[in-house]
Design a protein around this ligand. Sequence first.
Ligand code: ADP
Ligand code: MG
Length: 335
Amino acid sequence: MTEPFIYCDGLVKIYRVAEIEVVALQGLNFSVQAGELMGIVGASGSGKSTLMNILGGLDRPTAGSVRVGDHDLLKMSDGMLTRYRREQVGFVWQQSARNLVPYLNAVENVELPMTLAGASGKEKRNRAKELLSMVSLGDRMFHKVGELSGGEQQRVSIAVSLANNPSLLLADEPTGEVDSNTAQVIYDTLRYLNTELHLTMILVSHDPGIARHVDRVVAIRDGMMSSETRRQVRTIQPEDAHLHGDDANGHHEVFEELVVLDRAGRLQVPKEFLEQFQIRGRAILDVTEEGILIRPAPEDRNAPELVTRKQQQEADLRRAKKGGIGGMWQRLRKK
Ligand code: ADP
Ligand code: MG
């Protein structure tokens, strides 16, 4: 394999809220090849946006390393990071209001980032028009944002994100506010641009069905990569075609989900599996001929139930708030 375009190693991001530390990313390892179209899925609060903000130079990690192309995002000054963000990264956010200026028309919106970067004249307008044609909005160029549908607005947002010819496109739940047909159009548009412009793209989604639209999906859970799904096209025997609902050539899409091991040998076992076998606290690993079998340790069946990190954080916050009020009472009593 060639050197990855994006490389994250042991990435940690800790937010401090009041006295509480929120660990949004806990030693995340992740790499993306140049030109890859990849998806990131995960429950709300799992750290997807935190990762995107770091890759896009909007936020800095607390520890670990992160490199995009030749840019070491940990070592850059604030000025360099701002330049990196403007010149190398395109963003598409969930709410088109964050991507677009409402009182401008589509072509003016696409021109805006170019104007900010110092471009002017006919070339700017031509590029804006070209980008809008690429997202199939050639006939809507002079419509104001409010005159466009949600899906069209998102396609203008994609054109805006590409205005300065970035090498990386980050889309954080770009289909979060549209119906599934519109989402399909947006995914098709991104796929087309990925092939056409050889652009590296990361799409965040809460929809596991995204695997159909991208080369590879990684699942993030509690700030770590937990599994990876690859789409593979296999050719199957014509006599089996009726079993799979394949196309006429016998091509059959297979999705293979792999669990990710970190370098310390840790892996995350899906909660459903643990619940199914009542595995809590500790487990027994049996080495078999086929692989490693994880069994519940009988004495740990009554151990405390698993909690998600979100539940744990909420419990911590409640406790901290209680402590705060308790402290206040004590101070009042002393007076
Ligand atoms: P996702 O995008 O997967 O929903 P986020 O990356 O937004 O998740 O959040 C990961 C965790 O970090 C959550 O527990 C969230 O509450 C916390 N978090 C995110 N941004 C901040 C912030 N600016 N300040 C404090 N905590 C934050
Ligand atoms: Mg998010």
